[in-house]
Design a binder for this molecule. Structure first.
Ligand SMILES: NC(=O)c1ccc[n+]([C@@H]2O[C@H](COP(=O)([O-])OP(=O)(O)OC[C@H]3O[C@@H](n4cnc5c(N)ncnc54)[C@H](OP(=O)(O)O)[C@@H]3O)[C@@H](O)[C@H]2O)c1
Length: 227
């Protein structure tokens, strides 16, 4: 399998590169030119296409011939970086490619998520402040996901909980909606978020689904498993 990892130089991206290589996949990575050095440790085991992830020509060249595309959606800046990235992937990926995107729990697919009070209070403040200082545009990540949900592509949008570093706990558990008790611990190891993204490439039961994930060894996941 040949996979393209868009946003390969970030923390999540680098974990995905490693998981993909561990599976014997051929890997193409896209990252900003100034970040190419972050991928040095992978040497000639991966092909790097430098450029902004919302550059349509960069994405067209990178995804050519790929069976799967893993995209880190980040809402940096106020120039539609997330939605530009998503649209470029949707437009240029091979017709039958599996497309897997990352985001956070704040994204809702069907409006059935039940959010903790802390998130309901903090998100509007963070959204407003992020735009005020022109650092992040949370609403653009929402628009990006709407483009994906409305497409006829073979997509999965993986919604991460709060993240932490550390050894793998195995493949995260997931639920269709935030508010499901299995997710209550709201914590996932970043390496396992990446593992879930890479595993989704070959899991057709996740096509057209926006799973919200949680670490396999968290208290809420273990309580669910015990029940
Ligand atoms: N952080 C969390 O707690 C959390 C929680 C839930 C979900 N998520 C989701 O997890 C994914 C990864 O998030 P992360 O926080 O762990 O970050 P990350 O993996 O380190 O990725 C950050 C990405 O953003 C790029 N980037 C940084 N500054 C940028 C800029 N000014 N303009 C354009 N691109 C820029 C980085 O590229 P360079 O390498 O070029 O800098 C990198 O590809 C995202 O989809 C996020 O929504 C995160």
């Amino acid at each position: 399998m040949k996979v393209c990892i868009i946003g390969a130089s970030g923390k999540l991206g680098q974990y995905m590169v490693q998981h993909a290589l561990d599976r014997g996949y051929e890997v193409v990575g896209v990252c900003r030119a100034k970040s190419v050095h972050k991928l040095d440790r992978f040497g000639d085991r991966i092909t790097v296409v430098p450029g902004r992830t919302d550059d349509r020509d960069v994405i067209r060249r990178a995804v050519a011939g790929c069976d799967g595309v893993l995209t880190v959606l980040v809402p940096f800046g106020v120039n539609d970086y997330s939605s530009g990235t998503a649209q470029a992937v949707l437009d240029h990926a091979e017709p039958d490619a599996r497309l897997v995107f990352s985001c956070g729990w704040h994204i809702t697919h069907d409006g059935q998520d039940v959010y903790p009070l802390s998130l309901r209070l903090l998100l509007p403040v963070f959204t407003w402040l992020g735009r005020l200082v022109r650092f992040v545009d949370v609403d653009d990540q929402v628009r990006a996901c709407r483009l994906i949900f409305d497409s006829d592509r073979r997509w999965t949008v993986v919604r991460g909980s709060d993240l932490e570093e550390g050894e793998s706990q195995g493949l995260p558990l997931w639920a269709r909606h935030v508010g499901d008790p299995v997710l209550a611990s709201n914590r996932t190891r970043r390496t396992d978020f990446a593992l879930f993204m890479v595993s989704a490439l070959t899991d057709d039961s996740l096509v057209g689904v926006a799973p919200a994930i949680v670490g396999r060894q968290t208290a809420s996941a273990q309580a669910f498993a015990a029940a």
